[in-house]
Write a protein that binds this ligand. Structure first.
Ligand SMILES: Nc1ncnc2c1ncn2[C@@H]1O[C@H](COP(=O)(O)OP(=O)(O)OP(=O)(O)O)[C@@H](O)[C@H]1O
Ligand SMILES: [Mg+2]
Length: 401
């Protein structure tokens, strides 16, 4: 599927291993959607200031903020398109989950005030991922955006957030949790058996230290939650259905590194098993050659030297220094191209065209840089702002004899 068609989906999810550029690509996809006249929302989980700075929205918080139209105009986006961004606060999102499920304000406040909930809600198995997905479902249902782009935390093999609803309900449902919630059981006959394993030994110790308080709080917590299980289950099914439908698309981001070929293909296989709709692959931070295919670093030296003399009027000393750098860069560009090719082979036909995004000469901390990334993904002509060397080489193609 061509990148332009990705933008017709209602939800796009960027996935990949750590540091490959998921957050950056998510923002670039949202920006391109805005350029094409759509109302886009980017949900990030990255607390780094970089993205907020690039989008010029001040601070990114739990509520969507619109990128001012004059900021979009700086990169030539002037139509009806809109770009909104927010940074997910999973703790608040989980509170919202509980609030939404609680039958009334009273029940919610009782759960919320419970010390176990306050300390554990963040650590509950799958609760972060679950609340992220829940927030997505809510925002999607709100219908204010044509496209929602979701950034995800780094994942090696497992896609925790796809699995989260199941893990969370399993945890809340677990007989151990229920048993612990009944202090009588611990004190009674079953208690002795329970106290044998490590976790229960710890709980036993806590009980000795804190007395009845801890167990009664835990009991109240579980009892309070019990009525909400059904709601969590139902919402989990809705989210899972959305993520596996054709309304959604997953974009895998990978790096041009030897390790990445293996990791990205494992990841891809896992996504296929999960039956999520895969729409495409981006190999990010490629050390590309500005004017197409990188030259053989050992070839065409004389042509290139002659061209450099003409173009720059440089002394032969400078020309040689520039040539040495260019040869090194050409070798790296050829290596990255080879790795990207290996990755495409490993993924097979199912991946569709693999898009390449070059390593920019600076960190992506400005809207113009995000726009350059989008231009590469969507095969638009490179926007202004490409480095002078890049422009010069792109114009001259000195290596082509
Ligand atoms: N094409 C690029 N050229 C130059 N720098 C890039 C490029 N893509 C991303 N970066 C930079 O690389 C760093 C990591 O990118 P990013 O935060 O998007 O990765 P991530 O996959 O979201 O990381 P994490 O797994 O930690 O969430 C950032 O500093 C970003 O500005
Ligand atoms: Mg990130």
């Amino acid at each position: 599927m061509r990148p332009a068609d990705w933008l017709a989906r209602e939800v796009l999810v960027t996935v990949g291993t750590g540091g490959v550029g998921k957050t950056t690509v998510a923002a670039a996809l949202g920006l391109e959607a805005a350029r094409r006249g759509r109302r886009a929302l980017v949900i990030t989980i990255d607390p780094a200031r970089r993205l907020a700075d690039a989008l010029d929205v001040g601070e990114l918080g739990h509520e969507p903020r619109e990128v001012p139209s004059e900021v979009l105009a700086r990169v030539g986006i002037e139509g009806d398109g809109e770009l909104h961004a927010m940074m997910l606060d999973t703790k608040r999102a989980f509170d919202e989950v509980v609030e939404g499920l609680a039958p009334d304000r009273d029940v919610y406040e009782r759960i919320h005030a419970n010390p176990i909930y306050r300390n554990l809600s963040d650590a509950l198995a799958g609760s972060r991922e679950y609340s992220a997905m829940d927030k997505l479902a809510r925002l999607h249902a709100q219908g204010d955006w044509d496209l929602i782009v979701v950034d995800t935390p780094p994942a090696t093999h497992a896609l925790d957030f796809l699995d989260a609803p199941r893990r969370l309900t399993a945890f809340l449902d677990s007989s151990m949790l229920r048993a612990l919630a009944q202090p009588a059981m611990l004190a009674g006959r079953m208690g002795l058996r329970f106290l044998r394993s490590g976790a229960e030994l710890v709980l036993g110790a806590i009980q000795r230290v804190t007395g009845f308080e801890f167990l009664s709080a835990l009991s109240e917590f579980v009892v309070g939650f019990e009525g909400l299980f059904g709601g969590i289950d139902e919402r989990a099914r809705e989210v899972a259905a959305l993520l596996r439908s054709e309304r959604c698309g997953f974009v895998l981001v990978a790096g041009a590194e030897p390790q990445q070929v293996r990791r990205a293909s494992t990841f891809w296989a896992r996504l296929q098993e999960e039956q999520v709709p895969l729409v495409g692959v981006i190999v990010n931070r490629m050390r590309g050659w500005p004017a197409g295919e990188a030259p053989d670093p050992d070839a065409s030296i004389e042509t290139a030297r002659a061209w450099l003399h003409d173009a720059l009027g440089a002394s032969s000393e400078h020309a040689d220094a520039i040539l040495a750098i260019a040869r090194r860069h050409a070798a790296l560009a050829r290596r990255d191209a080879r790795l990207a090719e290996q990755l495409a082979d490993a993924l097979g036909a199912s991946s569709g065209p693999v898009r390449h995004v070059p390593l920019l000469d600076q960190d992506v901390a400005a809207l113009a840089a995000l726009d350059r990334i989008a231009a590469h993904v969507f095969e638009r002509p490179a926007p202004a702002g490409a480095g002078p060397a890049e422009q010069l080489l792109a114009a001259g193609q000195p290596w082509k004899t």
